[in-house]
Design a protein around this ligand. Structure first.
Ligand SMILES: Nc1nc2c(c(=O)[nH]1)N[C@H]1C(S)=C(S)[C@@H](COP(=O)(O)OP(=O)(O)OC[C@H]3O[C@@H](n4cnc5c(=O)[nH]c(N)nc54)[C@H](O)[C@@H]3O)O[C@H]1N2
Ligand SMILES: Nc1nc2c(c(=O)[nH]1)N[C@H]1C(S)=C(S)[C@@H](COP(=O)(O)OP(=O)(O)OC[C@H]3O[C@@H](n4cnc5c(=O)[nH]c(N)nc54)[C@H](O)[C@@H]3O)O[C@H]1N2
Ligand code: SF4
Ligand SMILES: [Mo]
Length: 726
C-alpha cells in the first residue's frame, strides 16, 4: 500500500488529501496532515472519493441511447465520430447558434475542460455557452459592474475584526464568505483574536451559531435590512468620510434612498429586533476591517442584484478596500503577477451583446442567462438550440421549472452528457461520455485562484498553490475520455482549429494581457499540457509549485501601489436602476404581499454537508441510510399542520406541487421551510415516491411567472408555499 497526495476538487475548497492506494486503486482518503494551510481538514465528500471512484454505478464506458430509451455501451471513438457527424448536419442545416454548451458544478474538477468546450463553441461560431453562475449568484458580477471595482481588491479575513455573512453558510458550503482552507478553524482563530461575526439567515446555521449578532430574518428581506444598516451608518456618521470623499460618488442620493428604512420599519418588515439591527450596524461600521458578503440566500430571493449592490455600498461606505502600502490579499501564485492599485475602476455596462429569444433576456457580465435556456431549446424558429453538450452538469435536476426543463431536453436533436454516473440528464441524453475521475488525473489549485474574478471576496486569500500527479490508474478494461479531450477530438473530427485563451480579469479590469494561443490540432493535449499552457505567465513557475507535493503557502508580499496620477474613477453608491428598485421596495405594501393565507410558508434551499447539489445523492457512503432530502420545518409549524417526523406532506407553490417527507428542525425560523436541491429528478416526478428518491425543489419554481428583469433568474428562495399533510 502507498499513500499519495492529491487534491479534492469536489467543491471550491480544494482540500489536500492523502490517497491510500492498493494495486493502483484508491482504498481510503484522509486529510493531508502535511499540508500546512488546511490542518488536515476534509469533509465527508472528500473522504468518500474512493467510494465514488470505485462506485459500481460509475460509468466505465460511454453509452448510446437506444430506440426504447435504454442506453447501451459504445466505443468512445465511435461515439465521437457519430456525434461529430450529427453536429455537422445540425450546423449545416440550422447554423452555429443551434449548438449550445451548459457546464455544471462538476467542472470544479475539470476547469480546463470548460476552456476547451468554450474554444470549440467559438470555433463553431456559437455564442450559446451557459453556466450555472446565472442560476447561482449572477448578482455578484452585475453588482460589481454597477458599483465599480476596487483595483487593489477587498480587505482580507486574516486581519479583519468584523465580518458579515448574508445568506451564506461557508462552514458547510466553502463558497464565498470565509477562507476556503478549513473555514471553521479559520473562523475560530479569528474569533479568538476578537473578530465579531454578523450573520443574516432565517436558519440558525453552523455560522449563525457562532455569530455575535444573528439576524434571523424572514427570507427575501435582505434589501430592507441592508438599507436599514446603511441608514444607521450614514445617520451616525460611522462611515469612512475621507474614503467616500476621495473614491466614491452618490452619497447624498443613497442617503435619501435609504431614508424610508427606519429601524422600526426594517424590524417590522424583516421580522427582527431593532436593537439587533442597531448592534449589527454598530459592530460592522465601528470595526476597523472586514467585509459584508452576500451568497446564494439573497441571490436566490427576489431583488438579488439590489442585495449584492447594497452590500458593496456598505463595504465602500466603511472603506473596506485595501489601500496604498497595504499587503494585497489576492496577489496571484499560478495567475500572472500584476500591480494592485489603490484606485476605483468606475462602473461598466452590465449587459453583453447577445439577446435571447426568450423574454428579451440578455447576456450580462455574469454570462448567458441559463434561465432562458429551456426556452431556447423549445421556441421554434431560427436559432433554436438543437444540440446541447452538458459538461459535468445536470440541468434535469438543477434548472428551476423542472417540467419545462424536461420538455426542453426531450426536444433536442442531440443531447450529449459528460458525466461519471447516469444522472437525470444522462438518462435523457443521446450519448453519455464516460470520463476519468479526479483521482485518476493530475490536479492543480488553479481554479480557486481565478474565483477572485467573480467577486471581491472569493478566491484564495493566502498565496497557496499545489500540484499533484494522478493518484490512481483508470480502472482496467475501461474506455474513458477526459472532458477536455472530448471537445478537442470533436473539433478535430469537425476539422476546426481551436484557440486556447488565458483571460485574467474582472469585467473591464484585466490584470495582465489576455493570452490567445493556437492549439496544435494534430495531437490531443494531456491535462498536464494544459496546466503548462494556463500557467505560462504565472507569478510562481509551475515547476516551482511542483517541488512541494503537499502544497505550499508561497512567501509573496505584494504591496498596493498608489493611485495613478490624474485617475478619476469612482465607486458608485447610487446606481440609478438600483435606487429605483430600492424605491419600489420602500413603496410596496409588504404586509399585504406577505400575509397570504393561501401560501403561509416561505421555502428556502440550503447546502448539505454530504452532497454537492446532485453529486453524491446516489452514493451509499454519503447518503448512509438516508434515501431522500427531508422538508425541514420548525417543530411548532409541524404541529400546526398536524404532522411529525417522517410524515408525508404536499408542498404547493403558486405553480406546482411536490411531495416531501417531514423532518422537524428547531434551527429554522417559524414560517420558513427548507429543502436541499439536487434530488429526485426522475423522468416522471409525479410517480416518484419521496421516501425513496426525495423531492425536487425545482418542481415548485416557474421561470416564466416571477423572474428578475436583468438576470431572468426566477424566484428560487423566499418562495411562498402551502404545506398540507397527505
Ligand atoms: N431550486 C434550486 N435550484 C438550484 C439550486 C438551488 O439551491 N435551488 N442551486 C443552483 C446552483 S447554486 C447551481 S451551481 C446549479 C447546479 O447546477 P448543475 O451543475 O447543473 O447541477 P449539479 O447537480 O451540480 O450537476 C453536477 C453533475 O456533475 C457530475 N459530475 C460529478 N463529478 C464529475 C466529474 O468528475 N466529471 C464529470 N464529467 N461529471 C461529474 C455529477 O454526477 C452531476 O450530474 O443548480 C442551481 N439550481
Ligand atoms: N456541502 C456542499 N457544499 C456546497 C454545495 C453543496 O451542495 N453542498 N454547493 C455548492 C454551490 S453550487 C454553491 S452555489 C455554494 C452555495 O453556498 P452558500 O451560498 O453558502 O449556500 P448555503 O450553505 O445554502 O447558504 C445559504 C444560506 O442562505 C439562507 N437563506 C435562504 N434564503 C435567504 C434569504 O432570502 N436571505 C438570507 N439572508 N438568507 C437566506 C439559507 O438558510 C442558507 O443558510 O455552495 C457550494 N458548496
Ligand atoms: S470541503 Fe470537502 S468537498 Fe470541498 S474540497 Fe474539501 S474535502 Fe472536498
Ligand atoms: Mo452554485
Amino acid at each position: 500500500m502507498s499513500r499519495i497526495p492529491s487534491i479534492c476538487r469536489t467543491c471550491l475548497a480544494f482540500c489536500p488529501v492523502m490517497v491510500e492506494v492498493e494495486e493502483g486503486r484508491a482504498v481510503a482518503i484522509t486529510g493531508d496532515a502535511e499540508a500546512p494551510e488546511y490542518d488536515g481538514y476534509t469533509c465527508p465528500k472528500g473522504r468518500a472519493m474512493a467510494d465514488q471512484t470505485n462506485d459500481p454505478k460509475r460509468l466505465l464506458h460511454s453509452r448510446k441511447r437506444q430506440a426504447d430509451g435504454s442506453h447501451a455501451p459504445i466505443a468512445s471513438d465511435q461515439a465521437i465520430a457519430e456525434i461529430a457527424a450529427k453536429l455537422r448536419a445540425i450546423i449545416d442545416r440550422h447554423g452555429p447558434r443551434s449548438v449550445g454548451v451548459y457546464i455544471g458544478t462538476g467542472t470544479t474538477q475539470h476547469p480546463f475542460a470548460v476552456t476547451m468546450a468554450n474554444a470549440m463553441l467559438q470555433a463553431i461560431g456559437s455564442p450559446m455557452f451557459f453556466t450555472p453562475s446565472t442560476l447561482d449568484k449572477p448578482a455578484e458580477k452585475i453588482s460589481m459592474a454597477m458599483h465599480g471595482y476596487w483595483m487593489a481588491g477587498a480587505q482580507g479575513f486574516e486581519d479583519a475584526d468584523t465580518w458579515m455573512l448574508i445568506g451564506a453558510n461557508p462552514i458547510i458550503s466553502k463558497s464565498n464568505g470565509l477562507p476556503y482552507n478549513n473555514p471553521g478553524m479559520r473562523l475560530k482563530e479569528a474569533q479568538a483574536r476578537g473578530l465579531k461575526l454578523i450573520v443574516v439567515d432565517p436558519r440558525v446555521t453552523e455560522c449563525a451559531r457562532r455569530a455575535h449578532v444573528h439576524l434571523q430574518a424572514l427570507p427575501g428581506e435582505d434589501p430592507t435590512i441592508l438599507a436599514g444598516i446603511i441608514r444607521i451608518v450614514i445617520a451616525e456618521r460611522w462611515f469612512d468620510a475621507a474614503f467616500v470623499e476621495s473614491d466614491a460618488q452618490g452619497l447624498q442620493t443613497l442617503r435619501e434612498a435609504v431614508e424610508p428604512f427606519t429601524p422600526d420599519y426594517v424590524a417590522a418588515r424583516a421580522g427582527i429586533d431593532k436593537q439587533d439591527l442597531a448592534e449589527a450596524a454598530r459592530t460592522f461600521a465601528q470595526a476597523r476591517r472586514g467585509m459584508a458578503v452576500c451568497a446564494t440566500g439573497p441571490a436566490f430571493s427576489p431583488r438579488g442584484n439590489l442585495s449584492f449592490y447594497l452590500a458593496l455600498c456598505l463595504n465602500t461606505l466603511c472603506g473596506r478596500w485595501t489601500r496604498e502600502g497595504e499587503r494585497a490579499v489576492f496577489p496571484n501564485v499560478l495567475l500572472p503577477p500584476f500591480t494592485p492599485k489603490a484606485q476605483a475602476l468606475p462602473p461598466t455596462p452590465y449587459f453583453g451583446p447577445q439577446v435571447m429569444r426568450s423574454k428579451g433576456l440578455r447576456e450580462t457580465t455574469a454570462g448567458m442567462p441559463s434561465a432562458a435556456l429551456a426556452d431556447e431549446m423549445l421556441l421554434e424558429g431560427p436559432g433554436r438550440v438543437r444540440a446541447l453538450f452538458c459538461l459535468a452538469s445536470n440541468p434535469a435536476s438543477a434548472f428551476p421549472d423542472q417540467r419545462k426543463t424536461q420538455r426542453a431536453l426531450e426536444n433536442l436533436d442531440l443531447l450529449v452528457s459528460l458525466d461519471v454516473v447516469m444522472s437525470a440528464t444522462a438518462r435523457l441524453a443521446h450519448y453519455v461520455i464516460a470520463p476519468p475521475m479526479p483521482l485518476e488525473l493530475p490536479a492543480l489549485s488553479y481554479l480557486p485562484e481565478t474565483l477572485k474574478y467573480s467577486n471581491a471576496t472569493r478566491g484564495f486569500q493566502n498565496c497557496w498553490a499545489q500540484y499533484t500527479p494522478a493518484a490512481v490508474d483508470v480502472p482496467p478494461g475501461s474506455d474513458l475520455v477526459a472532458e477536455h479531450a472530448f471537445f478537442f477530438r470533436l473539433a478535430q473530427a469537425l476539422g476546426l482549429s481551436l484557440d486556447w485563451v488565458n483571460y485574467h480579469g474582472m469585467g473591464k479590469f484585466v490584470e495582465s494581457p489576455t493570452e490567445r494561443l493556437a492549439l496544435d490540432m494534430r495531437q490531443v493535449p494531456t491535462l498536464d499540457d494544459l496546466y503548462v499552457l494556463a500557467t505560462r505567465s504565472s507569478r510562481v513557475p509551475l515547476d516551482e509549485v511542483k517541488r512541494f507535493p503537499h502544497g505550499r503557502r508561497f512567501p509573496i508580499d505584494v504591496r498596493v501601489a498608489p493611485k495613478d496620477s490624474g485617475w478619476t474613477g469612482r465607486l458608485d453608491l447610487a446606481n440609478s436602476e438600483m435606487m429605483a428598485e430600492l424605491a419600489q421596495v420602500a413603496a410596496e405594501p409588504y404586509e399585504a404581499i406577505r400575509a397570504s393565507a393561501d401560501f403561509p410558508f416561505s421555502l428556502v434551499t440550503r447546502r448539505d454537508n454530504n452532497t454537492s447539489n446532485s453529486t453524491g445523492t446516489s452514493l451509499p457512503a454519503l447518503m448512509r441510510r438516508r434515501t431522500y432530502n427531508p422538508l425541514k420545518l420548525h417543530p411548532a409549524d409541524a404541529e400546526s399542520i398536524g404532522v411529525t417526523d417522517g410524515a408525508e406532506v404536499r408542498i404547493r407553490s403558486r405553480y406546482e406541487e411536490a411531495r416531501a417527507i417531514v423532518e422537524c428542525d428547531a434551527t429554522l425560523r417559524r414560517g420558513v421551510v427548507s429543502l436541499t436541491n439536487g434530488f429526485a429528478a426522475k423522468d416522471k416526478s409525479e410517480d416518484t415516491d419521496p421516501r425513496l428518491a426525495g423531492t425536487n425543489v425545482n418542481l415548485l419554481m416557474s421561470v416564466d411567472a416571477e423572474y428578475d428583469p436583468i438576470t431572468g433568474m426566477p424566484r428560487m428562495s423566499a418562495l411562498p408555499v402551502a404545506i398540507t399533510a397527505v
